[in-house]
Design a protein around this ligand. Sequence first.
Ligand code: TGC
Ligand code: FAD
Length: 429
Amino acid sequence: MDDAAPDGSCGREPPSVGPKFSGMSTTADPGTHRKHVPAPSPTDFLGIDALLTGDERLIRDTVRAFVRDRVLPNIAEWFEDHTFPREMIKEIGELGLLGMHLQGYGCAGTSAVAYGLACLELEAGDSGFRSFVSVQGSLAMYAISAHGSEEQKQTWLPRMAAGDAIGCFGLTEWDFGSDPGGMRTVARRDGSDYVISGSKAWITNGGIADLAIVWARLATDNGDGAIRGFIVPKETKGFSTRNIERKLSLRASITSELIFDECRVPAGAILPEVSGLRGPLSCLNEARYGIVWGALGAARSCYESALDYAKTRVQFGKPIAGFQLTQEKLVNMMLEINKGLLTALHIGRLKDDGRAHPSHVSFGKLNNVREALAICREARTILGASGITLEYPVIRHMNNLESVLTYEGTSEVHTLILGQAITGESAFS
Ligand code: TGC
Ligand code: FAD
């Protein structure tokens, strides 16, 4: 760069261009070098905020304030007590967060980007809150909205949007997690009814739900019946739940087993508009999309905690933020959060434009959860011993993200979905 001109250019004339490009700028905007550019914010380094619309920022700020005022003051206690604050569900409904990106029937009908931002802010509080909203809106309500009858939509969606009815989504079984197509829960036709037998495992909201969306295989002689969805209200005879205790992750969330013992539902309980595994998988696309954003909320919370701590914690006579190794950790966190946000925003814009493929969502879920978990673990090291207590959010987020890495498709499953997308070869069968 010995021949650099004072303005930073190489001092040569720009190449001449033909008439095709006349009128287009061929040099950098001279103002770029001269006008004062404010230093980037440590918490929004690339200025991604400016890429959002006014409505998106308003929704983001509203959810952020809710989390600051209503979630953060108590979350450590809820996590420690292994409980989800049921009394807040109505409030979450009044904020318009339940089924917020669905249209009609009392749902807010926001953009996918706005929904993603809400997930991010909720998960900056705790993954348990984002999980609650994901399962209610993206799994249970979406299943009814996309695959239900008009009567089912009228009966359930307005109540679910308001937080007056809580839903859960039963796909996984003890022996069939990544491979739900192997499920054993069956629905046998009996006159005008269906009789459901079997069980579902690891079901978020199961123990507090008013209705379960249950995926079961229609009973046939050779066991090859189609997978169908059913709406099972909690009071249905033969349906019971049992909470899974002693979890060390997602403790501010209820996770349950659903048990169906000759559980009889009328024919009107079946979701009429979809048959096969693509029914539940279509719902997973929605919830996985929320996680693409949500995981970054947990990561942001840990990064901000670590940054704050590093600037005030003094060792060897100076703040640990002054040590090169600490700075490298913080910089790597900041890089991945910004890259993850650009990914989430891009996938969100594709989704709003009707151009998001399920494998785009796998891209975001795999990358953003993996990086968010790495950020939380790194943040924990910066906080030293303090990082292992609930006085700081870091180990709580870290433990939560261990579940997030596994549910809604493990990181291995999303790697293989992407592997198939780029090679054309399925590693599953
Ligand atoms: P495969 O043969 O590939 O496909 C079967 C049918 O499904 C269609 N399909 C999809 N449709 C919509 N969206 C998608 N993402 C789809 N992926 C596949 C496919 O076209 C086919 O349709 P058709 O009409 O031709 O029959 O199925 P496979 O058995 O080989 O499995 C593929 C695999 C492994 C990717 C899938 O089984 C999978 O994603 N497994 C992971 C299971 C999972 O994610 N479970 C999550 C349970 S819910 C949960 O975890 C909630 S936690 C929520 C919280 O608390 O936040
Ligand atoms: P497995 O499928 O047994 O996987 C074990 C390991 O094997 C993983 O590392 C996996 O990636 C790997 N593996 C499996 N197959 C392959 C392969 N083909 N190639 C390479 N590696 C492979 N489910 C619901 O239906 N509804 C819910 O609301 C719900 N909520 C949940 C809440 C929590 C807190 C948790 C932890 C789980 C929840 N789940 C829910 C279940 C979740 O979706 C499953 O745990 C997940 O799909 C993985 O299934 P599994 O745990 O049986 O693991």
